[in-house]
Each structure stands twice: as C-alpha cells, then as structure tokens.
Design a protein around this ligand. Structure first.
Ligand code: ZN
Length: 374
C-alpha cells in the first residue's frame, strides 16, 4: 500500500522559548523524518504540505481516564451522563484515551464500553479500555480479568477500582491483592501495561490501602495508578509521599473543591521530586458529585493554566500528559513523543498555547482551531 506523505513545515518542537524550526515528514501514520527546516529533499514528493509557521509541536495528549461511554448515575437515573464525542476529544488536543466504566457497573457494561472504544478508533484516535468498574469482584468481558488482558487487545488494565469512598465496594486488602495479581499476570502474558487504575475517594483511609499493597506484597509499584489524588489536602499529602517512594500518581483536571491541578503541579515541582511518575487525566463525561458533567477540555485548560498563568516549564507540564502517561501505560515511544518512528500524533499550539492543529495517526483532524469534517 502506498503511504501518504505529509510534511509539516517550520514547526518548532517544544516550548516557544525555543527557536529552531524543523520539518516533520510523516509517512502514513508514523513520523519518519525530522530535519532542520528546508533540509528535506522529499518536499516535492509530499502529498500534503502543512505550514506550521509560528506553531510549536508537542506529542498528542494521552488521557488515561475518560468515561467514553458515559458515566454517573449516582444522583439517580437522570444523572447518567452521555457518551463523549470525537470532536470534544480532538478539540482538547487529545489523541489517545483510555475508556472506563466507573461507579455504575450494573446498568452499564464493558461490552458497550469496548464498542464505543472501537467506534472512536474508527473515527481516528487511539483507544484502550480498563476492564472492571468501581466494585470488586470486578466485572469482566470474558469472566476472567486475566483473560480480558490476554485476549482482548484494547484492555490494558483494570479500573477504575474504587477505594476509600462511600460508593466503593469497600474492598479488603485480600481482594485488592487478588485483583492486582490477576491484572499483573494478564499484563505479562498479553504484553500490556497491566495497570490497576484506582479511584481514591474522600474516605478517611485515603491512599493507605495502596501503601499496604505495595508494602505487603511482591507486586511491582508501577502497576498501581491511584487517581483523583488532588481531591483533598490530606490525600494530596499522602500522594506526595507515595510518589516520593516511587509510586505513580494521577491528578484529576478541573478540580475546584480540592487542589486545582495548576496548584498541585506547582507544589509537586517545589518538592524537587522526580515528576516522571506524575500524570493528569480528565475524568471526562463522569458526573460531578452535586451535579454537572466533567469535560475533557478541562485537561488542556489545566495544562494551559500551568504554563501561561503559573509560568511553569512547558516541557515539564506537557510531559505529564504525554510522555509520562505513555510510559506508565507502556506505550512509549510509540506514543507520547515527537520522534522519528513514533506514531504521528502531534499537537500544534500557538505562542499563547492555544490548540491550532491536531494531527492524529498522520491525519490532520484539527486545523486552525477547528475540527476538520470527518
Ligand atoms: Zn473516579
């Protein structure tokens, strides 16, 4: 099959303090060559040339916590939320998502989640899902968590398993350990990340069950990804300790009651610790306790606030939603990098960090801040 050649001309890779312009040649869905601007001899054979003057290229954002098929229902049936639209995902600069169920693993099912993930993939982006829901024993597609990971390509872990929350199934240490072991084995056999994505609520125990799992079992600390850790100060403090000990922590975008992402990132940087285990996800299309629906746009809004208002290093901030997430999900460097050989998932922003263009698997899907008609 002949691959379409797309040439991105004059893009600066990385923060806008950098000056050097590059040409990025994309063959099909991969970045095949990055050269100083004007140096590529292939220019004449490109099928499509996209001028990127004044634009800054970053990897497409990876959002590892999206209720793609809807969520909610916790305030009654009328609070069930709708499926996400591909346009909302693209406008947020997101090129890969992990879909998940949530509190409602009863009227919603994994088959529907998998179908929605497949639909989004057909529409252009890369998708994965977590098996399970809030509750243990976990709902699965095949009757076995391990089998789900081994046999179903899109399943890369379990989640969101709820702890320290009045809405959780109050799992004891043994049942969490059992689930994590099943995911671990499935990850090994299926060559997947095999992560347990853990919803941590406002309950008194906070992260304690995760600390116990790590301390009392032989499972690798990398397997666990506790999320919502910026929802209250006590939990955030625990999360700083957990991350300092080598654990992954995931912040939730759009937080207003707890610690907003920009404040949390600023605090984490101030501790001087290694941020490679820190990520941010949107929790999009979940219902917000007390009313409302969380939006995927909140993720990029928070990224932008970190850079433009808090003046945090753009490279550090972008890494939280690209490279770090890709590494935790074992997708790096296929995803999470603008490098030769990586998937051509590229976000192009202007000097005010507004999303201007989004290239997904080599296809221009957002142009001049608008979704290109699909
Ligand atoms: Zn959650």
């Amino acid at each position: 099959m002949i691959k379409m050649l797309t040439l991105l001309k004059n893009a600066v890779i990385g923060p806008c303090s950098q000056k050097e312009k590059k040409d990025i040649l994309i063959a099909g869905d991969k970045i095949c060559k990055i050269s100083p601007a004007g140096a590529l001899s292939n220019e004449k054979i490109a099928d499509l040339i996209i001028s990127c003057d004044g634009l800054f290229a970053y990897p497409g954002i990876i959002d590892q916590h999206v209720h793609i098929a809807g969520g909610g229902g916790e305030q009654g049936f009328e609070s069930r939320t709708a499926e996400i639209s591909i346009n909302d995902i693209l406008m947020a600069g997101v090129t890969a998502v992990v879909g998940l169920l949530g509190a409602d693993g009863y009227t919603r099912c994994l088959e529907n989640l998998l179908a929605k993930a497949k639909a989004l993939e057909t529409q252009g982006i890369t998708t994965f899902i977590y098996s399970g829901s809030y509750a243990l024993p976990a709902v699965t597609l095949t009757g076995s968590m391990t089998k789900d990971l081994v046999l179903i390509d899109k399943v890369i872990g379990a989640g969101e398993i709820a702890i320290s929350d009045h809405r959780s199934s109050q799992p004891d240490a043994k049942s969490l350990f059992r689930l994590a072991s099943q995911v671990h084995l499935g990850g090994l056999l299926g060559s997947k990340a095999g992560v347990v994505h853990i919803h941590v609520g406002d309950g008194k125990n906070g992260l304690r069950p995760v600390f116990e799992l790590v301390e009392q079992t032989d499972l690798p600390i990398d397997e666990f990804v506790p999320t919502h850790v910026n929802r209250n100060p006590m939990l955030f403090k625990q999360a700083i300790n957990y991350c300092g000990g080598g654990g992954n922590i995931d912040l939730t975008a759009g937080e207003t009651n707890g610690i907003p992402v920009a404040d949390a990132v600023e605090k984490l940087i101030a501790t001087g610790m290694d941020l490679s285990k820190v990520t941010i996800s949107s929790d999009a299309n979940g219902s917000i306790p007390g009313g409302g629906v969380s939006k995927i746009s909140a993720l990029y809004d928070d990224v932008k606030t970190c850079i433009t208002k808090k003046k945090l290093n753009p490279e550090t901030v972008f890494r939280l939603v690209t490279e770090n997430a890709a590494k935790i999900l074992r997708l790096y460097p296929k995803k999470g990098a603008v490098k030769e050989g990586s998937d051509a998932d590229i976000l192009l922003v202007d000097s005010g960090y507004n999303v201007q263009k989004v290239i997904v698997m080599g296809k221009l899907m957002v142009n001049d801040g608008r979704v290109v008609s699909l």
